[in-house]
Design a protein around this ligand. Sequence first.
Ligand code: ZN
Ligand code: ZN
Length: 228
Amino acid sequence: IALKKKKKRRKEKLYFLSLPQYPTEPPDCLVDFPVQFAVSWMPQDSLIDIYNQFLAALESLKEFWNAMDEIDGKTWVLEPENPTRSATTRRIAIGNNVSVNVEVDPRHPNMLPECYFLGADHVVNPLRIKLNNNLHLWDPEISLLQNLKDLLEMDFPSRAVLEKSDFTKDCGICYAYRLAGTTPDQVCDDPRCGQPFHQACLYEWLQGLPSSRQSFNVIFGECPYCNK
Ligand SMILES: [Zn+2]
Ligand SMILES: [Zn+2]
């Protein structure tokens, strides 16, 4: 059985997978939520009661989904490729070979999400400093995306003006963009180069070079492109 609540653009679904002990125990439910959907159940309850709990859960997640929809609609999200309703992270393009990965708390979507930057050090370090210096500017009354822009003192590349291909530069080693579900997120630190690589490709490449140094699980070596 699948009960759906249709909205203008999206469909939230509730599936009743099986009813083994029904009505002593509730049916197994499947939902695409970023949080657990725990059903409270009395033997005299009906499926309508679960549906009503489902509606209440939808309501409680509305703010989270609105925040994610704004990000998906207005920015170039590099990862995940097709976010599900339960996905709480987004890697957002903020420039050439620079992106920020945000992990949003579905229960507190208006609080500062966990952020980390991907890109060359000389681009990423100033962004980290801005974010830390501007933490006090975070305003739970305005949207998550607007807060991120305010804290980073920048506008994100807009979907209206730029193409996704402007940010999805292929790996300098395997010449592909997607490799086993990963994208090239390791970037050469030399400002004149900035070539991105897959972590796996770069690791394999550097391991084969006698000039590379390894310390714990970090490997240092020359960029395959510019030899820096
Ligand atoms: Zn590669
Ligand atoms: Zn390089």
